[in-house]
Design a protein around this ligand. Structure first.
Ligand code: PLP
Length: 367
């Protein structure tokens, strides 16, 4: 049986290309490829394997269950878990590397590691200005000293995160780097050192060379987005669907819920089986455009849960086999996640991670 007719085509050659750009910018620093949220909607298992084979040293996910799924698919490299403090047992059992941001969790990890007769590597996170997880800077030194005395715990990494998303203005980010570097040297005076220091997400990899240290954490740039244009990144994902019904309608025909669109002339309308449940934001009602036969056509009326309607009156030679591109390239035209994000008042991260579970991911190796 054919499932839903939409596919997300994932171009693994583009992924390697983007990883290459991250590696080039980061110089000798190790790459920790961020594959949380199913690799930003691209499919974490296949992408993780490809990223590791292409040179990434480690992976990063948000939650323990994401890391366990990767382990169960056969991935053996180090996996950092960014935001979990509950699954102590699983962290040990699956050989994961926790990011630690409070002493209680560190103590629990130490206890469990001791039971398992293991030496657990951990990365400690400090909050240099993000206001999210991490030890506050005024207490960080003391608490890290306490953690360093715990048994069966190895301080492998010290990390922080930037709060400036696009880094157009670097003043605050530079302040974050200074306070991170200060802490590193204060800890060094107490003989506490780390194998890895890391702060940089995609934006910082491209614009904050002083913050690369010896590990960087690219996410969105691996998928071809999120940083200013003109950087040679290649979008990895193309979202394609088809047509379930083509029909000719007279002038004055209302289209979709609420009749927000009424045809102004005799028209040809196609129904495309892809809706907001698949990640086509409802804010694209009467705003979106898709590609068909290499041309842009408008989404008309409201976006439904499973379908959109498009006006194909101006397209010749259209039939049921005509491919509809919702995101990506077709011929000379391209719709980017940035374009959709701008129309829906969000960021490309959300556009990519919203692509639903009904959409089959298919992987291509060629460019
Ligand atoms: C998501 C995330 C990243 C990756 O950020 P991008 O902006 O996608 O490059 C890096 N580090 C942490 C801690 C994250 O949560």
């Amino acid at each position: 049986m054919k499932l839903q007719q939409a596919v997300a085509e994932i171009d693994l050659a583009a992924l390697s290309h983007n990883l290459g750009i991250a590696q080039k910018r980061a110089g000798s620093a190790d790459i920790l490829a961020v594959v949380k949220a199913d690799a930003y909607g691209h499919g974490a298992n296949t992408l993780s394997n490809h990223l590791i084979t292409s040179g990434a040293a480690a992976l990063g996910v948000a939650f323990t269950h994401e890391a366990i799924a990767l382990r169960e698919s056969g991935i053996t490299c180090p996996i950092l878990v960014f935001f979990d403090r509950d699954n102590i047992r699983e962290i040990i059992d699956y050989n994961l590397t926790p990011v630690v941001f409070d002493v209680t969790t560190a103590e629990a990890l130490s206890k469990e590691a001791r039971k398992a007769n293991r030496d657990l590597p951990i990365h400690i996170k400090v909050d240099t200005g993000m206001g999210r997880v991490g030890f506050c800077m005024d207490k960080a030194k003391k608490e890290i000293l306490n953690i360093s005395r715990l048994k069966n715990i190895r301080l492998e990494g010290l990390m922080s995160h930037f709060s400036e998303a696009d880094l157009e203005n670097k003043e605050f980010a530079e302040k974050q780097v200074r306070s991170f570097v200060n802490l590193v040297s204060e800890l060094k005076q107490k003989s506490i050192t780390f194998r890895y220091h890391h702060m940089s997400n995609s934006a910082a990899i491209l614009s904050m060379p002083d913050a690369h240290f010896n590990m960087v954490r690219p996410g969105i740039m691996l998928y071809g987005y999120g940083v200013p244009e003109g950087n040679d990144l290649k979008p990895v994902l193309t979202l394609k669907s088809t047509i379930v019904l083509l029909k000719k309608v007279p002038k004055g025909t209302p289209i979709s819920y609420g009749r927000t669109f009424i045809t102004k002339k005799p028209s040809v309308i196609a129904t495309v089986p892809f809706g907001y449940a698949d990640g086509y934001c409802r804010a694209l009602s009467n705003q979106g455009e898709v590609l068909i036969c290499g041309k842009r056509v408008p989404v008309i009326g409201r976006v439904c849960m499973d379908t959109i309607m498009i006006d194909v009156t101006e397209i010749d030679n259209i039939d049921y086999h005509s491919e509809v591109v919702l995101l990506g390239k077709q011929g000379r035209e391209q719709i980017t996640a940035d374009e959709i994000a701008a129309k829906t008042d969000t960021i490309p991260y959300e556009v990519l991670t919203s692509i639903g579970q009904r959409v089959k991911r298919v992987y291509r190796k060629s460019g």
